[in-house]
Design a protein around this ligand. Structure first.
Ligand code: PLP
Length: 403
């Protein structure tokens, strides 16, 4: 099975929450308790997730992509603005910036496979409005360094937590350190509703604007909306009660999933220490999700040789999370010639980020909880793997590395 750990533990709890909705019949996120079968699953999910992560507010959405749009809109990012984003991420981090008429400025990653804070300041211009650190593969970005730069230059910080729901940095959950956090509940992420997501923040105005953008400009929970009083134009990025029911059950499993993954990852990683020519990516905080184990080889050649024998590929060649494989920015033909992105003259080309290219050619993902060929983690272990199975995978990797 491909998917994230939440998909692997989908079961009786999700079924119970879902059956509440199916039997009572209230499918829409808004309603009055006791009327028309309303079960308040989305609202309850928002409240419980906010409490779990330490946000004042959470807005459930239909995807991580939608959540990023809400954050950008809430912060008022638009035409003429630049947003700094790493060149190793899912396309949605970059395309949402363009869809809001702003310009993505690509940054290098370091050996944590997240944005390199030492390369950030050189990218800041008078047009820079925000930094979007992406907590890739469940690993927290170096948030102390990033927040210091953001503060110094008066920039907003949108944390893309789509691959790191529940992870923490220095005791704080990801998404609560910057101005806003965007999360995904897609099937390949830590917990899932098939597709879904949410936004987290603590500022009242940002909450009101994010909520409004996700629901046609309405005030939170459609309270106090009067015709003529809407303050922004929104979309429909709402979550429905069926997704909300599953999200609620998964939210309650989140910390157990992370506990279990950390134990399994440690068992696998411990058996791969001290091997010739290979180490691991830098983990910025032990509060990471532990959804993946990333091997980092000394040279691209060593990584390629390992991959050939193991039947996998280095991250650079594994799929679409690398800017070199994003025709959406490399080939502007996808956009109208009058689009602000095209008119800005922003230019992207393959291999414009040599440090990122070098690291990703040397990096190989082994699954721990996220089994996803598109991330280069089609093989490894999963959340149900037994100790014996983990030991066998470790032995196989060791044998390949020693041969
Ligand atoms: C998955 C992902 C997204 C988008 O989430 P969807 O729920 O698929 O829309 C955004 N950013 C990153 C880093 C992701 O991995």
């Amino acid at each position: 099975m491909a998917g994230g750990p939440g998909a692997y533990v989908f079961g009786a709890e999700e079924k119970k929450e879902l059956m509440d909705v199916i039997e009572a019949g209230g499918l829409f996120r808004y309603g009055t308790p006791g009327v028309d079968g309303f079960q308040a699953k989305v609202v309850t999910f928002e409240k419980e997730m906010a409490e779990r992560l330490g946000h004042k507010h959470v807005v459930a959405t239909s995807s991580g992509t939608g959540s990023l749009l809400c954050c950008l809109a809430a912060l008022g990012i638009g035409e003429g603005d630049e947003v700094i984003v790493p060149g190793y991420t899912f396309i949605a981090s970059i395309s949402t910036i363009i869809l809001m008429n702003a310009i993505p400025v690509l940054a290098e990653i370091d050996e944590s496979l997240t944005i390199d804070p030492t390369k950030l300041e050189a990218l800041i211009t008078p047009r820079t409005k925000a930094i979007m650190p992406v907590h890739m593969l469940g690993n927290p970005c170096d948030m102390d360094a990033i927040m210091a730069i953001a503060k110094k230059h008066g920039l907003a910080v949108i944390e893309d937590c789509c691959q790191a729901v529940g992870a923490s940095y220095k005791g704080r959950r990801l998404g609560t350190i910057g101005d806003m956090g965007a999360y995904s509940l897609n099937v390949f992420k830590t917990i899932t509703t098939g597709d879904g997501g949410f936004v987290g923040c603590s500022d009242e105005l940002l909450y009101e604007r994010a909520f409004g953008f996700h629901d046609q400009g309405h005030k939170p929970c459609r309270m106090g909306v009067e015709v003529g009083n809407r303050s922004l134009v929104g979309m429909n990025l709402r979550m429905n009660e069926l997704s909300g029911a599953v999200a609620l059950a998964q939210c309650r499993k989140l910390d157990n999933i992370l506990e279990l993954l950390r134990v399994k990852k440690a068992r696998l990683k411990n058996q791969l220490q001290g091997l010739p020519g290979v180490g691991f990516r830098t983990i910025n905080d032990p509060g990471e999700c532990a959804t993946l184990l990333t091997l980092l080889f000394d040279t691209p050649e060593r990584a390629a040789r390992f991959c050939e024998k193991a039947g996998t590929a280095p991250i650079a060649k594994s799929g679409w999370h690398v800017y070199n494989n994003m025709e959406q920015i490399l080939d502007k033909k996808m956009w109208s010639e009058n689009h602000p992105f095209v008119k800005s003259g922003a230019h992207y080309e393959k291999h414009m980020l040599p440090q990122t290219d070098d690291i990703l050619l040397r990096a190989v993902n082994i699954s721990v909880g996220v089994v996803d060929k598109g991330l280069g983690s089609g093989t490894g272990i999963n959340i149900h793997s037994t100790d014996a199975e983990i030991d066998a995978v470790a032995e196989n990797i060791r044998n390949i590395l020693n041969s």
